[in-house]
Design a protein around this ligand. Structure first.
Ligand code: ADP
Ligand code: ADP
Length: 217
């Protein structure tokens, strides 16, 4: 069977990572987050990480050629044979085109694009309360708190706040999203792949709606 690829679309803070993890688990697919991949490279001080660092701290996008190469490499690994839930990629029309070309090579295509809609005003609160675990798990001080403050429920590690979740950078990331990523809404709508999801609901309700969209695709 051709591999299954799902693209999570939505502004920073909409809940893409939270939902992509649940979806990947339910569907037994790999969760591929370009943000996580860049952060891993940063931590390991690779050449790619050094290149990405400045863009990330300023809330700018890492250049397309670098990002596309990283994703091509990731999706070509054996664990992605059945497909993947893509989170944070594509983020530009050039990335979307590159993804289409790559999946064609794999004998597949994007199956469905859940577009998680949340108004700009709510995003700042979501991101400024976001607590990250080094393993990539995502909490929120108010909406998805860990049992013990600042401690990961699963492995007990210390949670942290992302450098780029400070209000000034957050506002810039939302602008970058509106300019460079929002055009993908029409791109996928034209291909009849887009399903709008009300991202202001509870985490569980959003998961339910996304699962329905995937089952009906
Ligand atoms: P969020 O989902 O909270 O907006 P991510 O963790 O997806 O943030 O991304 C963090 C940063 O990593 C982005 O601001 C950008 O600098 C870089 N990045 C992630 N994905 C991409 C991408 N597809 N293209 C370019 N840059 C990216
Ligand atoms: P994205 O990957 O789109 O940037 P995240 O999944 O990291 O978004 O979610 C951003 C923040 O909002 C996190 O702190 C997360 O716990 C919280 N969050 C996610 N979904 C919801 C929701 N439906 N309601 C309230 N808070 C949410």
């Amino acid at each position: 069977m051709a591999p299954t690829y799902i693209v999570m679309l939505g502004p920073p803070g909409a809940g893409k990572g939270t939902q992509a993890k649940k979806l990947a688990q339910k569907l037994d697919l790999v969760h591929v987050s370009t943000g996580d991949l860049f952060r891993e490279n940063l931590k390991n001080e690779t050449e790619l990480g050094q290149l990405a660092q400045q863009y990330m701290n300023e809330g700018e996008l890492v250049p397309d050629d670098v990002t596309i190469r990283m994703v091509e490499e990731r999706l070509s690994r054996p664990d992605c044979e059945e497909g993947a839930v893509l989170d944070g990629f594509p983020r530009t029309p050039a990335q979307a085109k590159a993804l289409d070309d790559l999946l064609k090579k794999f004998g597949s295509s994007v199956k469905v694009v859940p577009y998680i809609k949340v108004a700009d005003e709510a995003l700042v609160e979501r991101l400024s309360g976001r607590w990250m675990s080094p393993s990539g798990r995502v909490y929120h001080e108010k909406y998805n708190p860990p049992t013990v403050k600042w401690i990961d429920d699963i492995d007990g590690s210390q949670l942290y706040q992302r450098e780029d979740d400070k209000p000034a950078t957050v506002r810039h990331r939302i602008e970058v999203y509106n300019e460079q990523t929002a055009p993908l809404i029409e791109y996928y709508r034209d291909k009849d792949l887009l399903v709008e999801i009300d991202g202001t609901q509870s985490i569980e309700e959003v998961t339910e709606d996304i699962m329905k969209a995937v089952e009906e695709a």
